[in-house]
Design a protein around this ligand. Structure first.
Ligand code: SAM
Length: 536
């Protein structure tokens, strides 16, 4: 078997790190049956859904018998991450770094493990649709860890440039190690079927098997159908062609660039770029959408001195732009009291606080969750003392407790995050349509509170990182009609124009009064921003 090749150069990596996995986090999982079968308990199948197919994590690597070859450490790390995501509801971006350091992988293997983990999680829907065509029983009846291994194998075969023999044999070794010999023969048989066709042939087959075009695009680009449907509707509502859906979903499957925000007055973009060049060795480029952005082509942003001391932060360009859209449009009269009503973890609060310091204003940064309020504290620590006041409380109280007090209010509401699916590879499989309606009710209350706490002539920026129509325009419409019924008069400012005045390159939707950014067109998260001026 060509298994060893999987970790020794044949998959494009230099030198696999077999045997390094002692001390790996997976070794904490004791007592897993050795010759576990692959048939399993029932339960509704859902890619990477926490709680589905529980209790089948990779077993103790220290207990590996001599007769089974040690699996490749990078693939073992990826399997451990997938298991934690599935069983514990963990977030891949939080769970993977400690797994990688426990496994003591070198940079190249850590990169491979990260790409494998993220790819297998994001594309779980596509791979499950393919695997379902290769397996003679419903996937939900498979052992969870066996399905994880199959997804990892499928991603190596169809999503990475790993030679087929290496992908199959290394995954078979992984399955033998994690779930026993019976499971490994099954994995071998399934992956051989998967490897019999290339990606294009499989995607053509998925298209042919789907009941309609929406289901086909959802399966091919690995999104739940309800999300694909909501995003198609969001495109229509945002004045786009619904045929852009496939491009939009595809953009969710790409790794986002790492973007830094040079916080105004704390570090210049040129200086930040120079620091980044020295720290990570690559040539950064300026942002397209935010004037504060420095876009890295690679490397660890944590090594950049300005990021370490919070003069800069890691922040999507779209988030930077909407924070500036709250701070930059001119308002008549006093402009000293600013509020960020939902500030955690603090990227926008740090940008607003930096601008407030330059303009002689003060910012109240409020967050309901104590640990996220502490993150805000860390994010704003480079801003001169006395500019930012951090509070921990429910934003819905501001309208009642401090009516008419603030000159500018940013209300960046909690949302489904359907606009930042590329950052959270497992998120799409965890969300539910009912989350949208629950969040929309909270969003409306927060916006009403913002409108009540801003003074006459003051500005409210309603922002969300979801393009779902129920979380964007409909929340604004609903809140405005309620506020107006309560005697307020509110003018909607042209957010597209405001964005154009700030952005180095106008965003795709800048002709519209409410700004919707798009990953496939703007290269940002799908942030939404409405600008509202309270006149009475
Ligand atoms: C989209 S995030 C804000 C992101 C933030 N503006 C940034 O740029 O880092 C929404 C935040 O609102 C907080 N939140 C949820 N419910 C809230 C409430 N009732 N009042 C205030 N904050 C709330 C969440 O804990 C979360 O930190």
């Amino acid at each position: 078997m060509a298994g060893r090749a999987g970790g020794s150069g044949q998959d494009g990596r230099a030198g696999g790190r077999r045997g390094q996995q002692r001390g790996h986090a997976a070794s904490q999982r004791r007592g897993q049956g050795r010759e576990r079968g692959h048939g399993n308990e029932g339960g509704r199948h859902h890619p990477a859904r926490p709680g589905a197919q529980r209790g089948r994590g990779p077993r103790d690597v220290g207990a590996s018998p001599r007769s089974l070859p040690d699996p490749d450490a990078a693939r073992l790390a990826a399997l451990e991450a997938l298991t934690r995501v599935r069983e514990d509801g963990a977030y891949a971006n939080l769970v993977l770094p400690p797994i990688l350091s426990a496994a003591r992988l070198d940079r190249r293997d850590a990169g491979f493990a990260t790409a494998l983990t993220y790819g297998a999680l994001r594309l779980a829907g596509r791979y499950d649709a393919i695997l379902a065509l290769c397996v003679d029983r419903p996937l939900e009846r498979l052992d969870g860890v066996v399905l994880d291994a199959l997804r990892l194998g499928a991603h190596q075969l169809l999503g990475m440039r790993v030679p087929a023999h290496a992908a199959v044999s290394a995954t078979v070794e992984l399955a033998a190690h994690a779930a026993g010999r019976g499971a490994s023969s099954f994995v071998n048989a399934v992956l051989r079927k998967v490897s019999a066709k290339d990606l294009d042939a499989w995607l053509a087959e998925l298209r042919g098997a789907a009941p309609d075009e929406l289901a086909a695009v959802a399966a091919i680009e690995s999104h739940p159908v309800w999300i694909a449907k909501a995003l198609r509707q969001a495109l229509v509502v945002g004045g786009r062609d619904p045929n852009e859906l496939e491009d939009l979903l595809r953009a969710d499957n790409a790794d986002p660039e790492v973007v830094l925000c040079a916080r105004p007055g704390l570090v210049e973009t040129e200086r930040l770029a120079a620091e980044a060049r020295r720290a990570v060795g690559d040539e950064p480029r300026p942002g397209d959408i935010s004037p504060c952005a420095v876009v890295l082509t690679g490397g660890d942003p944590g090594r950049v001195p300005a990021v370490r001391d919070s003069r800069a932060g890691v922040e999507d360009e779209g988030s930077q732009l909407v924070a500036l859209m709250a701070s930059e449009p001119a308002i008549a009269g006093r402009d000293e009291r600013w509020l960020d009503m939902c500030a955690g973890p603090g990227g926008k609060a740090a940008l607003l606080g930096a601008r407030a310091a330059q303009r002689g204003a003060r910012l109240v940064a409020n967050e309901v969750t104590p640990h996220r309020a502490r993150l805000v504290e860390a994010a704003v620590r480079a801003i001169p003392d006395g500019v930012v006041e951090i509070r921990c409380g429910d934003g819905r109280q501001f309208g009642r407790d401090e009516p008419g007090r603030y000159d500018r209010v940013l209300v960046d509401v909690p949302c489904t995050g359907l606009g930042s699916l590329r950052r959270r590879p497992e998120a799409r499989w965890r969300r539910d349509p009912k989350d949208v309606t629950e969040l929309a009710a909270l969003q409306r209350e927060l916006l009403l509170s913002a409108l009540a706490t801003v003074r006459r002539g003051g500005l409210v920026a309603y922002v969300t990182c979801s393009p779902h129509a129920l979380e964007t325009g409909l929340v604004v419409k609903d809140a405005l009609s309620r506020a107006m019924r309560g005697g307020m008069s509110i003018e909607t400012l042209h957010a597209g124009d405001a964005a154009t005045r700030i952005a180095p390159r106008p965003p795709a939707g800048s002709d519209r009064a409410q700004l919707q950014l798009w990953p496939h067109l703007d290269g940002t998260d799908a942030m939404f921003c409405a600008l509202l001026r309270r006149d009475r």
